[in-house]
Design a protein around this ligand. Sequence first.
Ligand SMILES: *Cc1c(COP(=O)(O)O)cnc(C)c1O
Ligand SMILES: [Zn+2]
Length: 478
Amino acid sequence: MGKPELHATRKSRHESGPAFQKCINPLCGATFDVSEVLTSCHRCGDLLDVEYDWDRVEVPAKLEEFERFWTQRHDPLRFSGVWRFQELIPFAPAEMLVTVGEGQTLCQRADSVADYVGVQPGNLYLQYEGMNPSGSFKDNGMCAAFSHARLTGAKRAACASTGNTSASLAMYSAVTRLLKAIIFIGSGKIAYGKLSQALEYGALTVQIAGDFDDAMQRVREVAKDLGIYLVNSINPFRLEGQKSVMFRVLEALRWEVPDWIVVPGGNLGNSSAFGKAFAELHHLGLIDRIPRLAVINAAGADTLYQLFQRRGVRWNGGQPDRTTIADYYQEMDQRNLRADTIASAIEINRPVNLMKCLRALEVCDGVVRKVTDQEILDAKAQVGSGGIGCEPASAASVAGARLLREEGVIDPAERVVCILTGHQLKDPTATVAYHTTDQDLFDEVLGQRGVRRASFANRAVAVPNELDAIIRAIQLYS
Ligand SMILES: *Cc1c(COP(=O)(O)O)cnc(C)c1O
Ligand SMILES: [Zn+2]
C-alpha cells in the first residue's frame, strides 16, 4: 500500500499547485498536501507551516511591481488588501479565494504619538488594522482560512475567541454563506463590541464556564470529534493571510523597510506571520534587510516574556528548550495562574503559536517586553487623542515602543511601526471608565486591575441645565 499512496500524494501536491503544508520541527519535516485539514503535524504534533515551491510561482521581481494592480481595483481580489498580494500567498487558485473587501487599512504617520514614545517626528507610524470590515486584523487571516476551507469543501467552521476572531468568523460566514459559524467564548471576559458582532451576524455562540485557554482546548476537541474546520491561528492558512499586514506596511512606506515592527502578543499568530513574511521576502530577494520585531505582552499575560526574556528560551534552529517551557507551564498550573489584563484580546497564558513566534524572533532579531494595564491605557489615550483610536490590546504596542525607547533599545532616529490590531469601538467600557468622573465605575473596571490614575483623561464637564452656567463652563474650559 505504502508506495502507490506516497506516489499519489506527491502527484496531487503538484496538481494542486506550488503549496504544501510542512511541520515546523526540522527534525520531523513531514509534509502534507494543501487539501488536508490539519491543525498539527500527524507525525509529531508540532505546528504546521504553509510552504511553497517558489520556483513554481510567478512572483514579481520587485515589490514596486505590485503597484500595477492598483489600476485593477474593480476586481474584488485586487481590491482586497490581502489578495492584491496573492503572488506572495499562492496556496489556492484565484477562483477559490474569498474576500469581503478586507485590508483597506491606513499606515499613518503620527507625530503626537512619536512625541509620547520618544522618537523623532516622522519616525512613528500607526498601522490601523481596526479599519478592517469586522474591526480587527483578524480579517486578514479569516479570508485566507475561508479560502482554504472552501478548497477542502468544509461546511462548518469553529473558533475559540477572546472576541475578535469570533467577530471575524461570524462576519465572513454571514457575508459569504460558505460555512456555518460556531464560536466558543469564555465566561465574562469578552468585550461587548465583539460579542455584539458575533450575535448579530448570527453565529452559533457557545459560552463555556471557563477562560480563553479552556475554550481553546475544548474547541480543538470538538473540531476533531465533529470534523469542524478550525479557524484559530493554529490554522496555518490564517497566518498566510496575516502576512499581508507587513506587505501593506512596506507599501505605505514606499517599499522602504522600517527599523522596528512593534506588535501586541496574544496567541502570537501575528508576530509569527510577520516573521514568516519577512523571511520569505528576504529569501525571494524582494527586501535586502529585515526589520527588528518587538512583541509586547500584557503584564497579566506574559508567558512569552517569561520564557524568552527571563528564561532565555530561543528557537535554537528548531530545537527550543522544551523542558523549560513545560516546567513553566506546570508552574503556572500549580500556582493556578490565570491570565488577567484589561487588554482582553491578549489575555492568554498558553499562546498556541509560541514555537513559530520564537522562530520569528530569531528571523527578526526580536525582543519581548511586558507592559502594565496602566501603561496600556495611558498609551491608548495618547493614540486616541491623535484621532482614530484603538482597543486596549492594540495600545500595548505603543506602550511597548515607549518602554523600549526609554531603555535605549529603540533609537530616536529609528523608524518604528506600531500595529494597532483592533478598533477603538470594540471595547468602549475601558475607554469610558478611563475618562469617567464616576469613581465607582473607574474602580470597578480599572481600579481592581491596579490602574491608579487616568493620566490623560478628558473628563466630561457637568453643568446644571441653565444657559448661563453652560456658557460660563464653555468659556472657562475652551
Ligand atoms: C487577536 C488579537 C490580538 C492578539 O494577536 P495574536 O496574533 O493572537 O498575538 C491583539 N489585539 C487584538 C485587537 C486582537 O484581536
Ligand atoms: Zn512533525
